[in-house]
Ligand binder design. Structure first.
Ligand code: C2E
Ligand code: MG
Ligand code: MG
Ligand code: MG
Length: 279
C-alpha cells in the first residue's frame, strides 16, 4: 500500500514538474520574443525630497504587457530573464528608454529630474557594463549626474573586491549608486563603508510596519543614523501613510517613495503629475 501511494505521489510530482517546465518553456519563448521586439513599458515612481517637498527624481520600473491584456509585474519575469540571460538585452533597453524619457521630461523643467534604474546581478557582472551605460548616456544625451543605478546587497556578496571595483568604475563615470532593499541582505558594516555608494534605500518591509512594530521603527531609525554617519543619503521606500511620512521626516530621512506620494505610472501620467505637483 505504501508503495502504491509512493508511486502515485511520484507520478503526481512528475506530472506537476512537466506541466511546470512546459509552462516555463512557453513563458521563456514569449519573453524572448518580447525582448526582441522591445514590447515592454516603463512606469515611473516619483521620489520626494522630504525636506523641501519637491520631486527630485523618478525610479523606472519595468512592466510587461502580455498579448492577453494582462500586465506582468517584474517579480513575475525578472527572475526568468536573469536565468536565461535575457535580462542583458532587456536591461539595455530599459536603461536607454529611461534615460530618453527623462531627457524629454527635463526639456520642460527648470529643475532637472534624476532617474534611477534597477540593475540586476547578471547585468552588474557584464564585462561591458561601463560601455553599455556610456552608450545609453551618449545616445540619449542624459547628463551623467542625473543617472542613478540601484544595486542590491546580494550582488556584492560573491567577490567583494570585484564588486567594489565595478562600483568604482561606474562612480568614475559621474553617476550615483544606491543600495536597494537595504537591510534585507547580508552586507556587513565593514563592507558597507568600503562601498562607493551615495544612498541607502531602506527596504519597504521595515517601513510598512513601523507604526505598529517598534523593532522596525528602531531599524529605520538606525539606518537613518547610519546613512548620516557614512555620508550617504537615505531613501525610504513603500511609504503608504501620513504617519510613516511624519516619522521619516522627524528622522531627517532624505527621500521618500511610496503610494502615499505616488504610485508608479506611465510617462504621460507622470507629466501630468509633475505639472500638478509644481502648481
Ligand atoms: P524595487 O526596485 O525595490 O521597487 C520597489 C517596488 O515596490 C516596486 O514594485 C514598486 O511598485 C513597489 N512600491 C512602491 N511604493 C510602494 C508602496 O507604497 N507600497 C507597496 N506595497 N509597494 C510599493 P515593482 O514595480 O513590482 O517591482 C518589483 C521589483 O522588481 C523591484 O523592486 C526591482 O527589484 C525589480 N525591478 C523592477 N523594474 C526593474 C528593472 O527595470 N530592472 C530590474 N533588473 N529589476 C527591476
Ligand atoms: Mg529599486
Ligand atoms: Mg526596493
Ligand atoms: Mg525589491
Amino acid at each position: 500500500k505504501a508503495k502504491e501511494g509512493g508511486r502515485n505521489t511520484f507520478r503526481f510530482y512528475s506530472e506537476e514538474m512537466n506541466r511546470h517546465s512546459a509552462e516555463q518553456v512557453r513563458l521563456e519563448t514569449e519573453l524572448r520574443r518580447a525582448v526582441m521586439q522591445e514590447r515592454f513599458q516603463l512606469h515611473y515612481q516619483p521620489k520626494l525630497e522630504i525636506a523641501t517637498g519637491e520631486i527630485e527624481g523618478v525610479e523606472a520600473l519595468v512592466r510587461w504587457p502580455r498579448r492577453d491584456g494582462r500586465m506582468f509585474s517584474p517579480d513575475a519575469f525578472i527572475p526568468l530573464a536573469e536565468e536565461t540571460g535575457l535580462i542583458v538585452p532587456l536591461g539595455r533597453w530599459i536603461l536607454k528608454q529611461a534615460c530618453a524619457d527623462v531627457v524629454a521630461i527635463n526639456a520642460q523643467r527648470v529643475r532637472p529630474l534624476r532617474v534611477a534604474v534597477n540593475l540586476s546581478a547578471k547585468q552588474f557582472q557584464q564585462e561591458d557594463l561601463e560601455q553599455m551605460v556610456l552608450e545609453a548616456l551618449e545616445e540619449t544625451g542624459l547628463e551623467t549626474q542625473l543617472l542613478e543605478l540601484e544595486l542590491t546587497e546580494s550582488m556584492m556578496m560573491g567577490d567583494v573586491d570585484e564588486a567594489i571595483n565595478t562600483m568604482s568604475i561606474l562612480k568614475g563615470l559621474g553617476l550615483t549608486l544606491s543600495i536597494d532593499d537595504f537591510g534585507t541582505g547580508y552586507s556587513s558594516l565593514s563592507y558597507l563603508k568600503r562601498f562607493p555608494v551615495d544612498a541607502l534605500k531602506i527596504d519597504q518591509s521595515f517601513v510598512r510596519d513601523l507604526e505598529r512594530d517598534s523593532e522596525d521603527a528602531a531599524i529605520v531609525h538606525a539606518v537613518c543614523n547610519l546613512g548620516e554617519s557614512l555620508g550617504m543619503k537615505v531613501v525610504a521606500e513603500g511609504i503608504e501613510t501620513q504617519l510613516q511620512m511624519d516619522f521619516l521626516r522627524q528622522l531627517n530621512c532624505d527621500t521618500g517613495q511610496g503610494y502615499f506620494i505616488a504610485r508608479p505610472m506611465p510617462l504621460a501620467q507622470l507629466q501630468d503629475f509633475l505639472a500638478q505637483h509644481q502648481g
